[in-house]
Design a protein around this ligand. Sequence first.
Ligand code: PHE
Length: 452
Amino acid sequence: MEVGRGSFGSKIGVVLATAGSAVGLGNVWRFPYTAGENGGAAFILIYIGCIMLLGIPGMVSEFIVGRHAQANAAKAYDVLSNGRPWKFVGYLGILTSTIILGFYAVVAGWCLQYLFASIAGQINGDAEYVKNYFVSFSSDPLKPTLWGVAFILITHFVIVRGVRHGIEKASKLLMPILFILLLILVVASCMLPGALGGIRFLLHPDFSKLSSSVMLEALGQAFFSLSLGTACLCTYASYFTKDTNLLRSASQIAVIDTLIAVLSGLMIFPAAFSVGVNPDSGPSLIFITLPNVFQQAFSAIPALGYVVSIMFYALLVFAALTSTISMHEIGTAFFTEEFELPRKKSAWVQTIVAGIICVFCSLSVGAYSDLQLMGFSLMDFCDRLTANFLLPLGAMLACLFVGWYIPKQVVRDEFTNEGALRGRLFGVFLFAVRIVCPICITLIFLHQLGIV
Ligand code: PHE
């Protein structure tokens, strides 16, 4: 290992930090409304298929590259390909995660603002009031932008503390709190009158809604949720120890991630159904629909509504933070190692680049709605570009690289920890990364282009 490179200090640290990257707004916010729009349980089944068939093999591939090279993403691909252009897969991942950090921080900033506003008791009023509150907040030229930048700065201060004292410590603290908050909210939501409708909606598949574009949504959501194709997993794996079981860790993280996504659905849908709100109401779900739902659902005991709303936004903030930390780390590790900058300085570089993207994305959905690209607001454009294109592309290249390019012996050694593990599923893994993943992802791209 290079002198001065960080590493995670424990197995639980490895799983919690990587699960922290995976579990984020993608689970708590994006998953429920995407499932709501695309057939509930039918979508979830396709989603779980994508996670098992493509997600876990993809994760293990990125882990293999990162742990073998013990370097930032660009260098990792460079080392393993002896200077061939594969290095660009690393660059692509770094670029993708920086773009995601930029637009993700916008929503994370809104969550932070809503956390403070709920503590101050400001999101209190009828449906019209809550809606106007969001509209006037999000169209303000300054406020949402400042909250987004503040979120990146909070991430920055965790990152500069290093891998073990910053990333690992924060994940060990935040992930258990997040899980407990979620469980409390699920119980509260499922106990509301009429909650059964929401549970049924989530667990009863409506196959008539399935179409090829739903498949694409499920795939994009699966990759986004596992942080796949961004070089994030590759960078974190460079801090794994040699005895980390890569397949087991990937499976544990996928299970935690899926569990939290489904639990988030069980937190949102029963509450929404109980007050007769349509759950497929898109991105505004957590800022307009839910504050209303909480108020109506707990109108008999307003204090409970107050506490639930604080817990909900705290949950979102913690989930977002463990994810932004991972996106930030990719760039920070890259600048530190590639340009031999001290960690503090490279963290600032990443903060500034992501901060600029965040400012423009925030303005594009607020005060300057003419900031558009190809008919989408800059924010939506970045979201679609990454989830539907860059993430699948990054994941496919990682699979091709591990499946076909690097020597099979290196792959086997990493998979089995140099023979310490039996690696009974090695053949299945290799088949998945060589054949299944590339074919599935190519089909999806061709479909997007209207060719198949
Ligand atoms: N997986 C995170 C979520 O679900 C988002 C993320 C994407 C994090 C890419 C890191 C890299 O919210």
